[in-house]
Design a binder for this molecule. Structure first.
Ligand SMILES: Nc1nc2c(c(=O)[nH]1)N[C@H]1C(S)=C(S)[C@@H](COP(=O)(O)OP(=O)(O)OC[C@H]3O[C@@H](n4cnc5c(=O)[nH]c(N)nc54)[C@H](O)[C@@H]3O)O[C@H]1N2
Ligand SMILES: Nc1nc2c(c(=O)[nH]1)N[C@H]1C(S)=C(S)[C@@H](COP(=O)(O)OP(=O)(O)OC[C@H]3O[C@@H](n4cnc5c(=O)[nH]c(N)nc54)[C@H](O)[C@@H]3O)O[C@H]1N2
Ligand SMILES: [Mo]
Length: 698
């Protein structure tokens, strides 16, 4: 039997985007391992992706087109041929779109980052929906608050090289559980720690990462903006400022300086629920250590004021001149470094819209939007447009991941909604589809990747033939386009042809495809300390402390908190956050038995004092509820949760949880201050021992 090694890239929504080598024997992928030559990920894979063959050959893979036979949600499907499925889907979409596509906005694509691939993400799919004139989708569910906030401040989502954290003398890990969600960064941080650097973690939860740092500041969720203002207060009071850097490379500091002076440590401490000395000590470390680096991540931006909080934290490196060093500054996302390299216009062909300007649906309010009628008045006074009649879902599992999922599931359950889901598995979303179409996994298709935690463009070669009748997303939309009679030649582009146009040419700041094919990855050409002399991506190169359209950032209290909604807080006194679970990737991998087995069932972490007050002990089943829903979990009492905050880990498949529910039944659809994102971690609940007689109904 011949053994071949195939070069691949991890497709998942994670900053690390690892280089993978797949071992193939007799046409079967038998093993995946990290590629040790890839500098940012150096040959190690996480627990999840090292099980990728188990996921690909999983007995639950959808391998044939399936059509619903029972009532919506009954889970009864029959196998149909591709031709029959595509003919019927095309006919139904054409009927909904109406003559001349006048009602095409009633059709909505729903996709996110199940794969982050440039081809299997938004290439032929985007062309298809543009040609159709379907509603556009605002892809806000993960990072839009922080992303837009960073771009408002620095002009783009750009920051430090992840490798340089190894040389930092102080690392502040702010709103991130690196060991869980950014493992390869953690390797660099550990290197720095061994060389004597101090590590500080700012996170309401005592995470695996927090317990390995020298200090942990367990603030209340959504209060990071106040903490950043408090740090500024101390930097000013002790004159730990780099006046020269501020004068030359920022604009708007005087107004923020004024604002920060109103935030002495005692006020910050009261808002954040921490000791005033913790604020002083953080500011002293930050103001007196160089090079100082912040690893900011998306945890803090999932609350009402998340965008402003990101802006406040992002400004700190300018105040102390941290950017002068290559091991100083900040990294939230590196994806903006690829903005000139990617040729999304060529891949996605927005020009196919012509003069049409379809409405935009925000994916974070899909629950409400699926339940709206034609022309309904919206909270901002605008009108909704046509009722949503069809959804085409790919690379996403909205029934599990979108906020306030009681409403989402209600929407998906509409008998008059036509839903097509392209998937690997029968997820909670696929269960509510009219058609489920089998998609290939990363081992079975060609793709290209950029990254948001490092600066290497990557290639993924197919390692094995598609299983069963599975097809790449690109091919499914190609065939559907043909059925719809879309005759623009762009719908005939093969994956190979798409790969060759996905990046601009090297002379235009792009990536050489031949080099990519030869080496598997290409590093972008970026200066070692890119902002040592300012030169941010803003029009005048300065950090915009006062940014047009955003103003000077400020602390905004949560939608739900003791100060903003005291009456609600009396009924629901605990703040719930629901951060990622180490052994899953959002809702992906929940169905991989060996990974689910590690935890067995969803848990709720609760502080010992809060538990004692409610008569709750570890291992006991508890009911967690608010006005939006109720779920049941196993309680874990202990030090991971701080007083007043409970942690419900992971986005479980509802149907694989004992009670058939997940944490998103408690979250709401209010959007963040910046970027129109969800505020998953801005959520009040109450907890009690689950009674044997009362089911978790609402
Ligand atoms: N294993 C694993 N890895 C993942 C994922 C996964 O599900 N599992 N998800 C991937 C995805 S989609 C993303 S976007 C990234 C996310 O990457 P990160 O943003 O780094 O991910 P998290 O681990 O969610 O870190 C968020 C941390 O913020 C904390 N937090 C919650 N609220 C607040 C707050 O108000 N302030 C502060 N300071 N901290 C807060 C949480 O307790 C959590 O520890 O991770 C990716 N990597
Ligand atoms: N309560 C709470 N909710 C959250 C979060 C949280 O922290 N707390 N995190 C949020 C965040 S950060 C994010 S990014 C979202 C993530 O939400 P999603 O992007 O929906 O992520 P997943 O849950 O991983 O679902 C991705 C689906 O895509 C499928 N898929 C993968 N590759 C392919 C492919 O090539 N083709 C097709 N057709 N399908 C494919 C997978 O099988 C999987 O079912 O969830 C958000 N929801
Ligand atoms: Mo995400």
């Amino acid at each position: 039997m011949t053994t071949t090694l195939v070069r691949a890239a991890c497709p998942h929504d994670c900053p690390d985007t690892c280089a993978i080598v797949v071992t193939v024997e007799g046409g079967k992928a038998i093993k995946v391992h990290g590629d040790p030559r890839h500098p940012p990920t150096h040959g190690s894979l996480c627990t999840k992706v090292s099980r990728y063959t188990e996921r690909t050959y999983h007995e639950g893979r959808v391998l044939h087109p399936m059509r619903r036979v029972g009532p919506k949600g009954s889970g009864r499907f029959e196998r149909v041929g591709w031709d029959e499925a595509l003919a019927d889907i095309a006919a139904r979409l054409a009927r909904i779109a109406g003559p001349d596509g006048a009602n095409a906005e009633a059709i909505v694509p729903y996709s996110y980052a199940g794969t982050m691939g440039m081809l299997q993400g938004e290439s032929i799919a985007a062309r298809f929906f543009h040609q159709l004139g379907a509603s556009l989708l605002d892809r806000t569910i993960c990072s839009s608050a922080g992303g837009e906030a960073l771009a408002a401040t620095y002009g783009a989502k750009i920051g430090m090289h992840v490798e340089h954290y190894a040389e930092s003398h102080l690392i502040v890990i702010w709103g991130s559980n690196s060991i869980t969600s950014n493992l390869h960064f953690w390797t660099h941080a550990q290197q720095a720690k061994r060389a004597g650097a101090k590590l500080i973690c700012i996170d309401p939860r005592r995470t695996e990462t927090a317990e390995k740092c020298h200090e942990h500041i367990a603030l209340l969720p959504g209060t990071d903006g106040a903490l950043a203002l408090g740090v500024m207060h101390e930097l000013i009071a002790h004159d730990w400022l780099d006046h020269d850097y501020i004068a030359r490379h920022t604009e708007g500091w005087p107004a923020l300086r004024e604002r920060a002076l109103a935030w002495p440590p005692e006020r910050v401490a009261a808002v954040c629920g921490i000791a005033a000395d913790a604020v002083r000590s953080l500011a002293r470390d930050y103001g007196t250590t160089q090079p100082a680096a912040i690893r900011l991540n998306y945890g803090m931006q999932r609350a009402r004021g998340g965008g402003n909080a990101v802006r406040l934290v992002a400004i700190l490196p300018c105040l102390i001149g941290a950017w002068r060093h290559r091991a100083g500054g900040l990294l939230l996302s590196a994806s903006g470094w690829f903005r000139h390299a990617r040729n999304d216009a060529a891949l996605q062909r927005r020009d196919l819209l012509g003069k049409r300007r379809p409405r935009t649906i925000n994916m974070s309010t899909i629950g409400d939007d699926l339940l709206r009628e034609t022309g309904e008045a919206l909270p901002d006074g605008a009108r909704f447009g046509p009722k949503i009649e069809a959804l085409v879902v790919y690379n996403s599992n909205p029934v599990a991941v979108a906020p306030q999922s009681v409403r989402v599931a209600q929407g998906f359950a509409r008998e008059d909604l036509f839903t097509v889901v392209l998937e690997h598995f029968m997820t909670d979303t696929a269960d509510l589809a009219d058609y489920v179409l089998p998609a290939t996994t990363q081992l079975e298709h060609l793709d290209l990747h950029t990254a948001y935690g490092h600066t290497y463009a990557m290639l993924n070669e197919p390692a094995i033939a598609p299983l069963g009748e599975a097809l790449p997303n690109t091919e499914i939309f190609r065939r559907l386009a043909a059925r719809m009679g879309f005759d623009d030649p762009c719908f005939a582009d093969s994956d190979e042809a798409l790969a060759r146009i996905a990046f601009r040419a090297p002379a235009e700041g792009g990536v050489d495809f031949t080099a990519l094919r030869e080496h598997g990855w290409v590093k972008l050409d970026i200066a070692e300390a890119p902002f040592a002399e300012g030169g941010f991506a803003t029009p005048n190169g300065k950090c915009r402390i006062d940014a047009p359209g955003y103003g000077v950032p400020d602390y905004l209290p949560n939608y739900e908190s003791a100060t903003s909604t005291p009456e609600l807080a009396r009924r629901f006194p605990l703040a719930m956050i629901s951060p990622p679970e180490r052994n899953f990737l959002n809702s992906s991998f929940v169905n991989v038995t060996s990974l689910r087995g590690i935890d067995g069932e969803p848990v709720l972490e609760i502080d010992a004092g809060d538990a004692a007050k409610r008569g709750i002990e570890t291992g006991q089943r508890v009911r967690i509820w608010n006005d939006r829903g109720a779920i049941e979990c196993k309680a874990v009492v202990g030090t991971r949760a701080r007083p007043g905050v409970v942690n419900g880990l992971g986005v479980w498949w509802k149907k694989l949880a004992k009670d058939g529910h997940n944490a998103n039944e408690l979250t709401h659809q209010h959007l963040t201050d910046i970027g129109r994102g969800p505020s998953f971690y801005d959520c009040l609940v109450e907890v009690e021992p689950a009674s044997a007689t009362r089911p978790p109904s609402r």
